[in-house]
Design a protein around this ligand. Structure first.
Ligand SMILES: [Zn+2]
Ligand SMILES: [Zn+2]
Length: 251
């Protein structure tokens, strides 16, 4: 698997980080995990053949995870995309897609053939050569999925947006790479929405991955990044890395 972090930012404006998106390649087939604002631009920067995108996973319908969806459709259509685009997403996808294609932007309805699949809380699906398992996360009142992706004996987990969450720890146990959100610094932040560095320390200790990549970081986290990395790595031997847009690695 070749993994490209397309966007490592949040909804807080950051000149160097666009919103959430991760691209995974296996043998020239591509799957996308979230498509927030700016992700299409990053995707084009990778210079991949967009016609090789087979599946799009949307973790939830906060705007920083899905807002480039229609712009992606427009681009695929203009480039003569000739496949069926599989979309994997939690149940609100039904209303969301209906809103786009029947109310908001019916012009795009037939431009690209899409195949929606509604992800149950605990589900397992195949996208190209990737085996993807899901679990629900803890993120306010929103219905969100985290992902564990496996291929050829290697594994990566993507937390999506979440506060510390038992289901994610179980889903991600022993993965090679954990891509986990670290939305804000320790302090007086609302409970049950996002993860702070100190909370991530325990999560990493339990999951015990070989490598941890922080993503979904607001500008405060970036400013304090050295401190954040040392907090997250306090009780693990795993390599702890600050995610950067367009960072690539193989596993
Ligand atoms: Zn969210
Ligand atoms: Zn988010």
């Amino acid at each position: 698997m070749k993994v490209t972090l397309l966007g490592t930012g949040t909804s807080f404006p950051d000149p160097n980080r666009v919103q959430s998106g991760i691209l995974i390649e296996t043998d020239k087939a591509y799957s996308l995990f979230d498509i927030g604002s700016g992700v299409l631009h990053r995707l084009v920067q990778t210079q991949i053949d967009l016609n090789s995108i087979a599946g799009l996973f949307i973790s939830h319908f906060h705007i920083d995870h899905c807002s480039d969806f229609v712009t992606l459709l427009q681009t695929l259509w203009l480039q003569g995309y000739d496949k069926h685009l599989q979309i994997f997403a939690p149940p609100p996808a039904k209303e969301w897609l209906r809103g786009i294609f029947e109310v908001g932007m019916p012009f795009y309805r037939d431009k690209v053939v899409i195949e929606p699949y509604i992800l149950r809380e605990h589900d397992s699906v195949q996208s190209g050569e990737l085996s993807v398992s899901t679990c629900p996360t803890t993120h306010g009142t929103h219905d969100v999925r985290a992902f564990r992706i496996e291929h050829a004996g290697k594994s990566i987990a993507i937390s999506s947006d979440t506060a510390p969450c038992r289901d994610i720890v179980e889903l991600a146990k022993g993965v090679d790479v954990l891509v986990h959100e670290c939305n804000w610094l320790d302090g007086s932040t609302p409970k049950g929405v996002h993860t702070s560095p100190s909370e991530l320390t325990s999560i990493v200790e339990e999951i015990n991955p070989k490598k941890v990549i922080l993503t979904h970081m607001n500008p405060d986290v970036i400013r304090e990044s050295e401190k954040v990395l040392s907090i997250v790595g306090r009780r693990t031997d795993a390599e702890i890395i600050l995610g950067v847009d367009l960072m690539q690695f193989n596993l």
